[in-house]
Design a binder for this molecule. Structure first.
Ligand SMILES: C[S@@+](CC[C@H](N)C(=O)[O-])C[C@H]1O[C@@H](n2cnc3c(N)ncnc32)[C@H](O)[C@@H]1O
Ligand SMILES: [Zn+2]
Length: 171
């Protein structure tokens, strides 16, 4: 199925250039905590196909300098390839101090606010990456707690250890 144009859009947000990376998605109006903002739509693909497309997208993005990997993990069996124009949520950048979170609701991915967001703020969620290839994903979110690489918060203690940083709760 080709996802329809309107499904991947939302009147609450718009695309603009980001100071973190490339393009990002910004709140058009104030958004209250716990608001369902936009759906991350994509083509449902197997992990095998996802690996193949991910590698191709990575090669292309390395050659052109554009960020071109738009694969979202759906569950243990399936991923979503959201790499097309109509999927605005594919442009949401990562932050280590995010204002949004992505939730899987019966096989569909929705981006929710996790605090009140002001009009004009960039929408950001934690990509939740594990530490495989973490060196390929330096983080420029600028938050005080940022460990320097894009990773899920549960991996931060190990990441800080690998980077020779003191534990976060060290005096
Ligand atoms: C799904 S895209 C997000 C949209 C991207 N800004 C664009 O213009 O296409 C993911 C890519 O954006 C970049 N990115 C997202 N968040 C980032 C961050 N906090 N620090 C550095 N790069 C980031 C990385 O290159 C990542 O592979
Ligand atoms: Zn960060």
């Amino acid at each position: 199925m080709t996802p329809s144009q309107s499904r991947g859009r939302s009147k609450l947000c718009e695309v603009r250039d980001s100071r973190i990376h490339g393009r990002g998605v910004y709140a058009k109006t104030a958004i209250r905590d716990t608001t369902r903002i936009i759906e991350y739509i994509g083509e449902k693909i197997t992990k095998e196909e996802s690996e193949r497309r991910g590698n191709l997208q990575m090669e292309r993005s390395q050659a052109t300098g554009e960020a071109g990997v738009y694969i979202f993990t759906l569950d243990e069996k399936w991923d979503l390839d959201g790499g097309f124009e109509g999927n605005i949520a594919r442009l949401i950048n990562h932050s280590c101090d995010p204002n949004c979170e992505a939730y899987n609701e019966r096989g569909r991915i929705w981006i929710w606010s996790i605090r009140n967001i002001e009009a004009g703020e960039e929408l950001l969620f934690n990509y939740g990456f594990d530490l495989e290839n973490y060196r390929d994903h330096p983080c420029r979110c600028g938050s005080p707690r940022c460990p320097g690489y894009i990773a899920g918060e549960e991996y931060w203690p190990e990441l800080r250890r690998l980077l020779g940083l003191p534990p976060e709760d060290a005096p």
